[in-house]
Write a protein that binds this ligand. Structure first.
Ligand code: NDP
Length: 487
């Protein structure tokens, strides 16, 4: 077997880049380690500006033919990729779990089926994409979605293949070509996706995958003048860096960033439902951008809510993510664990009280934590922790609830637990958030716009909004005059 192939949970994964339909090695490599037990999963190609340039050049070369490929054919190939994902679902699930430590049962039943759905959804949406012609003083306006060109797609480690394909699928459907750069902590399933796309008949150069450290390869991607779109999911500091890098070429950006979302629990809520919603925020060990990490509870029910929450949370099982019984897996990386611990220790030093958790467990885990006695302007309430750490504050009335909910620099999502539909409408109207869930959480439909306000992002993707971003929209105005008879 090639020195460039690593075997992860019995699955062979190529550790090189995928550029122009070929595997390409780099002079250097970086070590990919499993969050489950620290074992080495592989030595991954450590890309540089040279590989970034080669990948963009390949995407540029492949662009005209892919853009000219009829929609129906593009859609057929996207469905073939979805077939490949479904065929290799178990392999993708076990590799992703080994690589990022999220629950195997979630990967099997939720995440990987959703990866396939990403391709099917945007393939089907492409075929329905249309805008009715309209008339201006007898002239016809026709709107078309023209492919934009090579796109750079940069994704994080918390849901690697799901977040990558949520960008790759619409970009390919739109007729664009792609350079995908996954996070260095979770590089493996992007490599498998390259294999699956090639097997599905995607022409060489239409999808390229490059591996490497953030800036080391990233700057050469985001500053390349041949890149027509950059879609990024990740942290605010990196987004700022990318925006500056893209500025010279005015490359359009879609930025999906962090959050510090609230869960508002009103006294009229079904309290058991509210507790379920709160406990759900520990999913993926809290490494979820949308997580409602600030629980805001109406004073009159705060004590009862907290009692029931502690009861429910104490049932959660933390451990090996491959075990079906596990609810919370490890933190992705020792550096992330340090970060989480730092946030919690500083909060406690500032007067917060850990109702549950507040400490590490067994090296790789952070215990599910609920902190009270936190000030609105404190770091723990204002900054994204990206770990299983929730804060609990109380409010006296609806106005105060809305004020606290909106009082961070983020605006990604908000969740409401209330028994009163009128209140739900009133409060929703005042919240700054890209998504609001009422008496539910994480119900995501690909046809809905998705993104954040304020520092949670720029732009929206999903359904037609994805095509708006990945296409150059063109309006053609045709006069009724001037036609010659070619009959
Ligand atoms: P980072 O911003 O650190 O990294 C995200 C990606 O950007 C990685 O692939 C990273 O590569 C890459 N990168 C880093 N520096 C550069 C650069 N200079 N140029 C180009 N690319 C670069 O975020 P995390 O991976 O830590 O992810 C966590 C963050 O993502 C959280 O803030 C979370 O809220 C957010 N997120 C947002 C979501 C949303 O939809 N709104 C969904 C999921 C997460 P490398 O790994 O090599 O550093």
């Amino acid at each position: 077997m090639s020195e460039h192939i690593t075997t992860v949970a019995g699955v062979a994964v190529d550790t090189r880049h995928w550029i122009g339909g070929e595997r390409v090695a780099s002079a250097a490599t970086f070590t990919d380690v499993s969050p489950i037990d620290g074992s080495v999963l592989g030595e991954i190609a450590r890309g540089t500006a040279a590989e970034a340039a080669a990948a963009v050049a390949a995407a540029r070369e492949a662009f005209p033919a892919w853009a000219a490929t009829p929609r129906e054919e593009r859609a057929r190939i996207l469905h073939a990729i979805a077939d490949g994902v479904e065929r290799r679902l178990e392999e993708l699930a076990v590799v992703e779990t080994a690589d990022n430590g999220a629950l195997l049962r979630s990967h099997r039943r939720g995440v990987m089926p959703r990866v396939a759905h990403n391709f099917r959804f945007f393939a089907d949406w492409l075929l329905r994409l249309d805008h009715e012609d309209f008339d201006t003083r007898g002239h016809t306006n026709h709107v078309s979605w023209d492919p934009a060109g090579p796109c750079v797609l940069i994704t994080p480690w918390n849901a690697p293949l799901m977040l990558a394909t949520w960008k790759v699928a619409p970009a390919l459907a739109a007729g664009d070509t792609v350079v995908l750069k996954p996070a260095e902590w979770s590089p493996l399933t992007a490599s498998l996706l390259a294999d699956i796309a090639a097997e599905a008949g995607l022409p060489a150069g239409v999808l390229n995958v490059v591996q490497g450290y953030g800036s080391e390869i990233g700057d050469a991607l985001t500053s390349n003048p041949d890149v027509r779109r950059i879609s990024f999911t990740g942290s605010v500091p990196t987004a700022r860096h990318i925006a500056a890098s893209a500025a010279a070429n005015l490359t359009p950006l879609s930025l999906e960033l962090g959050g510090k979302s609230p869960l508002l629990v009103f006294a009229d809520a079904d309290l058991d439902l509210a507790v379920d919603l709160a406990v759900e925020q520990y999913d993926n060990a809290g490494q979820v951008c949308l997580a409602a990490t600030r629980i805001l509870v109406e004073e009159t029910v705060a004590e009862e809510f907290t009692r029931r929450f502690v009861d429910r949370a104490s049932d959660l099982r933390q451990g090996d993510p491959r075990d079906e019984a596990t609810d919370i897996g490890p933190t992705i990386h020792p550096r992330q664990l340090e970060k989480i611990d730092g946030f919690v220790q500083r909060a406690v030093a500032a007067g917060a009280r850990a109702v549950i958790g507040g400490h590490r467990r067994d090296g790789r885990y952070f215990a599910p934590t609920l902190l009270t006695d936190v000030a609105q302007d404190s770091e723990i309430v204002q900054e994204e922790v990206f770990g299983p750490v929730l804060t609990l504050q109380t409010f006296g009335d609806e106005d105060e609830a809305v004020r606290l909910a909106n009082d961070t620099r983020f605006g990604l999502a908000a969740t409401l637990a209330t028994g009163d539909p009128e209140r739900a409408r009133r409060v929703t109207g005042q919240l700054v958030a890209g998504t609001v869930w009422v008496n539910c959480f994480f119900v995501r439909d690909l046809q809905a716009p998705f993104g954040g306000s304020r520092h949670s992002g720029v732009g929206r993707e999903g359904g037609t909004w994805s095509f708006d971003f990945y296409c150059d929209l063109k309006n053609t105005v045709t006069s009724p005059k001037g036609w010659k008879d070619h009959g």
